[in-house]
Design a binder for this molecule. Structure first.
Ligand code: ATP
Ligand code: MG
Length: 341
């Protein structure tokens, strides 16, 4: 029997997960978890305000695990991994840093945008912060995360593509120069590469406070969608351009009935459809999607020792893989000083 291919992907523990995470990435994880050996990483080392807010990071580790379970990931078939409990990540990050020019980080568009957001203070009125060195180098650690289990596939949202391109480059360099250790991993972007926020902003993101969270209850979803940005001002029965109205982006993403959406688009363009009607439909479709997730999440919330067990066992299984890889890497680099003298 041939060995199954491996997936590595992850999320930073910065709070609850939202529809952007789901449509950009997690939906693919749920779909692929039975075909691949999967490791899902809670990347606590890579939070920008790690040192300022350890308490929040700690809480978020549990939030993420619960959201994953709610979304339908099975922690027995896959590894739920806490990054910092596998210290090999730091060693591999250091070793790989030798093969990565600073210019590669300087050019990385996602990193540039994230650093600017931190420095400028993301929300209106929030403080500017200096960017810690550890945040500047987080893409290198992400390279180490992906290479650690020698992953073949990395399902992520579009913003992560530059990091995966870096990973491929580093894997090639290492394999060519030292020893063939790493598969060159492919990226797999979700059905919605970058979900816009409910405020119309280009990315749904916690820091922009424009999210629908996977754990939001029906009343919260209703309220958030009622306040959602619905395109430029327009009379309720005035025709409009669906491309300018993000409600249509959401319907395309979350209404499984394509003909219903196509029909609405046509009506919107010709006779106009009040946003109220679009929002009521969207709310219903989102609640259909989220309700089973809420139920599964509640099940696990009442069984926190099982969640802890999932994290512990997944991390342990991953540690075995990590030790194996590190031996191959040290051997490739000839770092076994005391054995050969
Ligand atoms: P937030 O901005 O809300 O804190 P994030 O982007 O920092 O979220 P990460 O942990 O960096 O969250 O990303 C987790 C995964 O979710 C990545 O694969 C990322 O590409 C994906 N993702 C995050 N937000 C979106 C979005 N709005 N649309 C599509 N994918 C997204
Ligand atoms: Mg984040």
């Amino acid at each position: 029997m041939t060995e199954r291919k491996r997936i590595l992907t992850g999320i930073r523990p910065t709070g609850s997960l939202h529809l952007g995470h789901y449509a950009g990435a997690i939906e693919n994880w749920v779909r692929l978890q039975h075909e691949y050996d999967c490791s899902f990483l809670i990347a606590d080392y890579q939070v920008s305000d790690y040192a300022d807010d350890i308490t929040h990071v700690r809480q978020s580790v549990w939030e993420v695990a619960l959201d994953w379970l709610g979304a339908g990931l099975n922690p027995e078939g896959s590894n739920f991994v806490i990054e910092s409990l596998v210290p090999e990540h730091t060693e591999l990050t250091t070793l790989l840093s030798w093969f990565l020019p600073v210019s590669m980080l300087e050019r990385n568009p996602t990193l540039k945008a994230e650093m600017a957001a931190i420095e400028e203070g993301e929300e209106p009125g929030s403080e500017r912060k200096p960017v810690p060195v550890a945040f500047y180098t987080y893409p290198v650690m992400q390279v180490a995360n992906i290479l650690m289990p020698r992953a073949h596939l990395v399902p992520v949202g579009e913003d992560q593509l530059p990091h995966i391109e870096m990973t491929r480059e580093i894997a090639r360099r290492f394999n060519n120069r030292f020893k063939d250790v790493f598969p060159e991993p492919d990226a797999l972007v979700g059905r919605v590469p970058r979900l816009v926020g409910i405020d119309g902003n280009a990315k749904m993101s916690k820091s922009r406070n424009n999210t629908i969270d996977l754990k939001d209850d029906a009343a919260t979803v209703t309220k958030k969608i009622r306040g959602m940005y619905g395109g430029p001002p327009r009379g309720a029965t005035e025709p409009g351009d669906p491309e300018e109205n993000p409600i249509f982006l959401y319907l395309a993403a979350f209404d499984p009935d394509e003909s219903e959406v196509a029909e609405l688009r046509k009506r919107y363009e010709t006779e106009g459809v009040p946003n109220k009607e679009l929002k009521e439909l969207l709310t219903a479709r989102l609640n259909d999607l989220l309700e089973p997730m809420r139920e599964r999440r509640a099940y696990y919330e009442a069984r926190m020792p099982d969640v802890r067990e999932a994290l512990e066992q997944g991390t342990k299984r991953f540690q075995v893989l990590a030790r194996e890889t590190m031996e191959m890497v040290r051997d490739g680099l000839d770092l076994n000083y005391l054995e050969k003298y």
